[in-house]
Structure formats: C-alpha cells, structure tokens
Design a binder for this molecule. Structure first.
Ligand code: FPP
Length: 232
C-alpha cells in the first residue's frame, strides 16, 4: 500500500502536516486489523521513501518520532497476534535508536507467520534493484559472468524475495503512479487507486479494493483461453 494524502488531509482541516501523519499512523492500525481479520498473509506499507529525506527538516523529524513511537508501543501487541515484522530499505540512513528498535522488532517476531508485515523505510524500487546487483556481485565474486545474471539469480537478492510477489497494490490520495515503490516485485501486480486520503481509509474501502481485485482476470502475459485450460 502506498499511503498517500496525510498532508492534504491535515491542510483541509487547517492543521499542520504532522497532525496528518499522526492520523495516518492510526489508519495503519486499522489496515493491520483488516488484514488480520481477512486472513491476508502479507502486507507491505510504503512508510518513507528514499526521496522523503528531502522534505522539510521538521516533517522528517515528526515522521521519525512517530516511527519510533510506533516501534515502542505497537510491536509487543503485534507479536502477540502472530505478526512477523520486517523492514526493507536503506537501514543505515536511520538514527541508531531506530535501527536498534527495528532489529529488536524483527528478532522478536521472526517466528510468527499469521501476517507478514513489511515496512518500507528509506526504500526505493531503484535502490532495491541496485542493492540486489551489488549483493549478487558480492556473492558470486570473480565467477560472475554475464550469463549468470538471470531474472532468477538477481531476483533472489531483491527485498522480500522469500515472499510471494504482491497481488494487489493500493494507492490512496488520488495519484495514479508507483512512485518508486516495489518496481521489480510488482511486474504482474494489479493496481487499485482511490482519491480517498490515507487517514480516511477504512475497512469498507479496503473491502471494495479486494472485491475489485477478485473480479479481475490475471493473465501473466498469456491469453484467456490458455488460462482456462490451466485453471479448472
Ligand atoms: C504520504 O502522504 C505519507 C507519508 C510520506 C508518510 C506515511 C507515514 C504514515 C502513514 C505514518 C507512520 C506509518 C508507519 C508504518 C510507522 P503525504 O505527506 O505525501 O501527503 P500529501 O500527498 O497529501 O502531501
């Protein structure tokens, strides 16, 4: 999910953007609840992009404080509910206090499998692809010939390679673009856009997205006839 629209939600109320982000954090709890109730097994939230560091210092600072507060207050409950938490993105960009909490949250919840909750922080799809290339080179050493670079060998080093590729990408806030989210992983993902601003998201809207998704024919490059012969 690309959680867009916190700033505009706040502006509409004559409040500061920070107020919008705090309301956005509450919406995060609603979505996690929805996933748990609906037995959705993987949820990836775009919390902070590689480019978001360029926002005004005050806004970045608010987001970091919010991030830390959520790490301090939510993780134990999520752990009790069987949520496995993972952070994807350039972790070294974050302050040490946050990095330590991320590590703690991942370690604490590593054995859980009810819901895999991935938080993308200082993440960019292009960063992910470059990072995977670097890891592939590092792992293969001098043996790396051009032929050994395949979708499968590179794909193994992308973030979330051990999870299914996303079925559905939801973006709130009215813009119809991917904004450097999971570029590699969303090659065959279905997209669903809504003008609803992120803090206004609710379970009914999420249910509408899921129903729309369920009505789509996913062809993965094939034609309908071929799909009918594979799927009874
Ligand atoms: C985009 O809205 C939202 C963000 C850049 C931050 C998202 C953060 C949260 C929802 C809260 C914390 C979440 C977690 C998982 C800890 P925008 O500011 O770009 O809105 P605008 O397009 O209306 O300006």
């Amino acid at each position: 999910i690309i959680m867009d629209g916190n700033g505009r939600w706040a502006e509409q109320r004559g409040s500061s953007r920070s107020v919008g982000h705090r309301a956005g954090a509450k919406a995060v709890q609603c979505v996690i609840e929805f996933c748990l109730e609906s037995k959705i097994e993987c949820l990836t939230l775009f919390a902070f992009s590689s480019e978001n560091w360029k926002r005004p210092e005050e806004e970045v600072s608010t987001l970091m404080k919010l991030f830390l507060r959520m790490l301090n207050t939510e993780i134990e409950e999520l752990n009790r509910r069987g949520v496995c938490i993972r952070f994807i993105g350039q972790r070294s960009d974050f302050a040490e206090e946050i990095r330590l909490k991320m590590h703690w949250a991942e370690t604490l919840t590593a054995g859980n499998s009810v819901l895999h909750l991935n938080i993308a922080g200082s993440y960019g799809g292009r960063w992910d692809i470059v990072n995977a290339c670097r890891q592939l080179v590092a792992s293969e050493g001098p043996d790396l010939t051009p032929e050994r670079i395949t979708e499968s060998s590179l794909g193994r080093h992308m973030a979330l390679a051990d999870q299914p590729e996303p079925d559905l990408l939801i973006r709130t806030g009215g813009d119809c673009r991917i904004s450097n989210f999971l570029l590699w992983q969303s090659a065959y993902t279905e997209f669903w856009f809504t003008p609803v601003l992120w803090p206004d998201i609710n379970k009914t809207i999420l249910q509408t997205a899921i129903l729309d998704f369920a009505s789509r024919e996913r062809r993965f490059g094939l034609i309908s006839e071929q799909l009918r012969s594979v799927v009874p």
